[in-house]
Design a protein around this ligand. Structure first.
Ligand code: HEC
Length: 140
């Protein structure tokens, strides 16, 4: 019996020690992407589609757009204020309004944008709740 516990204990030690030596690949980025996918599925998927390709001339794609991969403040503003202007993406014109998502928490906005910036072929830096809070403060 005690031998079993000893073996188990040794095994645990190996696992704990091993994991702390493994290169940690930005754990907060991974966790944020996982949470962000949930937010995306609930609030964005219906319009922008599961694969972020959108619907031609109706809802723009989120794959490789300058809005998604570009300036963080501009992107955060799209979610907090919505967007109602004519924009052109990949030669297609979009002019339907995007509703505001200001009801989402700072953490949710950060997570969903981090997810979008790291999905659909995008590869951009993560967005933090603090960055969302800073932009929210500028909105009256
Ligand atoms: C009711 C449909 C709808 C929902 C829901 C919606 N969007 Fe949009 N989104 C749009 C439309 C329409 C536009 C274009 C607005 C314009 O032309 O002014 C847009 C524009 C955008 C843009 C900028 C343009 C681009 O394609 O890069 C981003 C980024 C974006 N949405 C992200 C999101 C995210 C993230 C969510 C979920 C939190 C979301 N949207 C939810 C319809 C929607």
């Amino acid at each position: 019996m005690s031998k079993l516990f000893l073996t188990l204990g040794a095994l645990m030690l190996v696992i704990v020690a091993g994991s702390s030596f493994m290169p940690q690949q930005q754990p907060s980025l991974k966790a944020s992407i996982t949470r962000g996918k949930e937010v995306y599925t609930t609030y964005c998927l219906a319009c922008h589609q599961a694969d972020g390709t959108g619907v031609p001339n109706l809802n723009p794609p989120l794959a490789k757009t300058s809005w998604v991969n570009g300036d963080k403040k501009r992107l955060i503003n799209v979610l907090l204020k919505g967007l109602d202007e004519e924009i052109e993406i990949n030669g297609e014109v979009y002019s339907n309004p995007m509703p505001s998502h200001a009801h989402l928490k700072d953490q949710e906005v950060a997570d969903v944008l981090t997810y979008v910036r790291n999905s659909f072929g995008n590869k951009a830096s993560l967005i933090t709740p603090a960055e969302v809070a800073a932009v929210r403060k500028t909105i009256k």
